[in-house]
Design a protein around this ligand. Sequence first.
Ligand code: G3I
Length: 365
Amino acid sequence: MLGALVIGCAQPQPPDAAFTAPTLRGAFEGAFLVGAALNAAQFSDQDTLGAAIVKAQFNSITPENVLKWAAIHPRPGTYDFAAGDRYVAFGERNGMFIVGHNLVWHNQTPRWVFEDSTGTPVNRDTLLARLRDHIRTVVGRYRGRIKGWDVVNEALDDDGTLRRTPWLTILGEDYLATAFRFAHEADPDAELYYNDYALENAPKRRGAVELVRRLEDQGVPITAVGLQNHDRLDWPSPAQEDSTIDAFARLGVRVMITELDVDVLPPARAPGANPFVDRLPDSLQQALARRYAELFASYLRHRGTVTRVTFWGVTDRDSWLNNWPVRGRTNYPLLFGRDGRPKAAFAAVVRTAPAHERRDEGRDD
Ligand code: G3I
């Protein structure tokens, strides 16, 4: 049945199909929010096509880069809120559930955070004071407006142990609990998330389950676990996705799919690693559609636990996967093509939705 569905929707969509029903946010209304990560061009309305797709299709937004430490707090005592303010204003103008990404990470955090003026690592008290100042200032500025924060991002290694970052080596294992407490102090009503990738793999998932259990035992206010879902055509399996969501549901936290995309390119850096410069072959376009349909079927099996599904980008043109793990490739990981048109995968996703089925009932067309 899925095969027929995908072949049936492989026709090119008209250009305005990105702005007419069915839409993603309409299709999944009552099941979960559907979001996208935005770059500055989109929330500043410079990328008019991208901004229009966001307004039509999504009801939640996440900032791809502008709230990260390096962007918003580049130097000691210097905060730059210009882009963050525009991001939040865009979300409010368009009635979006606004997410903050992120407060504590080992990436996109300036070296000065961990060092004194001579380049020597700072002590625990100094780093704690910097962390508290950062979280109070940033979360405090958007208090009541940013509704949920990725408080700690990617703190685990593949084997499920805590990643050896400067946060861990200088502050010790309780830095995660501390960050959540600072965030809760700064906005007691904000939802607070632990966000990571590849938690579908058993060792890392076990580590994350332990981590969440420890936080809960310590009375830390954690709302949800973010499963990034930077996926491939053959990973993770629907069974892995199901059991991962179930594992966190058993702990009583919600689950959010926070950075969804599906990489269709070969992983190698070898010559020939950029095979689809002009277009994605139909067979792969359809494989991507089937893949997205099976992922959404898994998310829908867990409605009630999964409360948001956010794509990491709007159109294929914007995706970080055009530059990782190899710079300058042409990837096709999202639901909207470079021209803004919905791809076969868009229709396949919408067809998984209960609201879409209801809307189709009694229609002649
Ligand atoms: O801002 C500089 C700019 O000044 C410079 O001219 C340009 C030249 O390369 O680089 C710009 O910085 C880039 C930055 O994005 C802002 O656009 C960095 O090179 C680039 O590496 C950075 O990539 C971001 C990446 O996080 C950094 O790790 C991606 O856009 C962003 O999509 C990606 O997002 C992460 C999530 O936050 C966490 N989970 C994984 C996800 C994908 O890596």
